[in-house]
Design a protein around this ligand. Structure first.
Ligand code: FES
Length: 575
């Protein structure tokens, strides 16, 4: 019989002599008894708690519940902090730091005596950064999301994080509400712990954690303040000890089948466009070759069955009461749109977890046969404006605009946009195509969520709420509109987006997956020759590293040298 595998933590705590003394003795300063070093699984609890990340402000409590679970199962829990990315405060955009945080996670796991890890994540970028870092180490891993905030109510109506921020600020700009009413709505919107409670990026990524099988069933929808959220944390603490005992690394869960399930779930929930970038980045850390074509192919024929903001009417709390993500997964399974055998963190297949899920809210979760919206998977566009692809979220777009030809109104960058958008003399009408450039990974830098440009006030005042907008930026998962995003290559990397001139004709044809600039190749070549090559220069620090190494959106915006994994080999001794 083969000898049992020596745990990596034993390369620290199981040592004798000087190094064993060093590795254990300092750990004892807070009262850890000798028996904790006897070879039991050492579990890291990777915490993104920060007062600068309001959505994760309850994570100290969550970590305590994970710890209890680890102890109950006979493990040794050790909590550690990593860089936390708060979407609302971090400038110029939290996305700039996603890869930096992932490096923190990866090196913290590999450099420490950990056999397994529980990832605590909530606000948008905290989920992909932790999954990316963990994937590059590939030890047993479970994800626990922090859960959404309770529903917000303002004057008798549900209002959703972000989603109604955009609509209320447009009402304010159009003079339909007062500044006092705006402030009142601000106080109503976020009234409990948790992350944004619409199907924005945080809720989408929490759903991805569950759909990928890295989280336990129920991970996506239980509100942050629901006791069952703490139960999930506790169960994750127990289960991670078993995963270590079974020697089941993250790569057993993050398979191609798991990513295929996640892409279809994203379509069914009307999930955020940001998931496209994040899932590609996570998959490629794990060595799974996921690309834009997978998104288009797998999303085709998948209907949105969730009636949640920003595409619909309800909020995450309603989703929870309706039965949560297992109901959605069951619907996909019954429609033949699920890789049923994909393994999940609790040891069961995704189908075993979800096949008996009960729908207690058919007004919130509809059936795939009678969906909320038909065929609404993320559409991947190609054409002379985006040779490496661009995306649009059909469930959040205006159907009448999905086939549209209009005159370009170009904004050179976000400062140009802010300087001119409110100008009554801006030469624009609702048939135009708004173009924003230099907002991609290198150009902004960090690819900010500015692609859903607010409409000019003179158009809003006429009651028009949507126009075709195209850019190399991202869009908040809470936003909506006929918005083409992630155009690649971006303008700052020499993409054709940089060649558009005011007045050019642009054609969007979502059904045929086309985005075309009606300008001849010869004229585009002339413009390119006359243009100074785009060059983004940063003097020093992480920003310099980032702009020199960031991949384009179609490749997940990872840093080129971070793609792939290095495993969890034990580094040499420190003394
Ligand atoms: Fe944190 Fe929306 S701002 S999830």
């Amino acid at each position: 019989m083969a000898a049992p595998k020596r745990r990596r933590s034993q390369e620290w705590f199981g040592r004798e002599g000087k190094m064993g003394f060093i590795y254990r003795s300092w750990m004892k300063n807070r009262g850890i008894p000798q028996d904790q070093f006897d070879g039991r699984p050492v579990i890291g609890i990777c915490n993104t708690y920060s007062e600068l990340t309001p959505c994760n402000s309850h994570f100290r409590t969550l970590a305590e519940h994970v710890k209890n679970g680890v102890l109950e199962a006979g493990g040794f829990p050790l909590e550690f902090p990593v860089m936390s990315l708060g979407e609302t405060l971090l400038r110029p955009t939290a996305m700039l730091y996603r890869n930096l945080a992932s490096m923190d996670v990866e090196e913290s796991i590999r450099g420490n005596p950990l056999d397994g890890v529980v990832l605590l994540m909530g606000c948008d970028k905290t989920t992909p950064s932790l999954l990316m870092g963990a994937a590059s180490c590939d030890i047993p891993t479970i994800g626990v999301s922090g859960g959404p905030m309770l529903s917000s109510w303002y004057r008798g109506q549900r209002i959703g994080s972000g989603t109604n921020t955009w609509s209320l600020s447009e009402q304010l700009r159009a003079g339909e509400i007062t500044q006092d009413e705006f402030h009142e709505a601000e106080s109503c919107m976020h009234r409990s712990h948790g992350h944004c409670m619409v199907m924005g990026t945080a809720s989408t990524m929490a759903s991805m954690v569950e759909a990928l099988g890295v989280g336990l069933p129920g991970n996506a929808a239980y509100p942050a303040v629901d006791a069952r959220r703490n139960v999930i944390a506790r169960l994750a603490g127990r289960r991670i000890v078993e995963l270590v005992n079974q020697d089941l690394p993250l790569s057993k869960l993050l398979t191609r089948e798991a990513f295929e399930n996640a892409i279809r779930v994203n379509a069914a929930i009307g999930g955020s466009t940001n998931a496209v970038i994040h899932l590609i980045a996570i998959a490629r850390r794990m060595g799974v070759e996921l690309g834009l074509d997978d998104w288009d192919r797998l999303g085709r024929g998948v209907n949105t069955i969730l009636n949640l903001m920003p595409s619909g009417e309800y909020l995450m709390e309603d989703f929870c009461y309706a039965g949560g993500l297992p109901v959605v997964i069951r619907e996909l399974g019954e429609a033949g749109l699920l890789q049923r055998d994909a393994l999940t963190a609790n040891g069961k297949t995704i189908w075993e977890n979800c096949r008996d899920a009960r729908n207690d809210g058919p007004h919130v979760i509809m059936s795939h046969a009678k969906p909320f919206k038909h065929d609404t998977g993320i559409a991947v566009l190609r054409g002379n404006l985006c040779p490496d692809g661009a995306i649009i979220k059909p469930s959040a777009a205006t159907p009448a605009l999905m086939q549209h030809k209009g005159r370009a109104v170009v904004f050179e960058d976000i400062d140009d946009f802010h300087a001119r958008i409110d100008d009554e003399h801006l030469d624009i009408d609702e048939s135009c195509v708004m173009v924003l450039r230099n907002c991609g990974p290198k150009g902004y830098p960090g690819m900010a969520e500015v692609g859903n440009m607010p409409l000019p006030p003179k158009i809003l005042k006429r009651g028009i709420t949507d126009m075709v907008r195209i850019s190399d930026a991202r869009m908040s998962g809470t936003a909506y509109g006929t918005v083409v995003l992630h155009m690649a290559p971006e303008a700052a990397a020499g993409g054709p987006l940089g060649l558009i001139e005011n007045g050019d004709l642009i054609e969007l044809d979502v059904a045929n997956r086309r985005l075309q600039l009606h300008v001849s190749d010869a004229e585009l070549a002339r413009r390119r020759a006359a243009k100074k090559p785009a060059k983004v220069h940063m003097e020093r620090g992480y920003w310099k590293l980032y702009v020199e190494h960031v991949n384009q959106a179609n490749d997940g915006c990872d840093l080129d040298f971070l793609v792939g994994k290095s495993g969890a080999g034990v580094p040499r001794d420190n003394h």
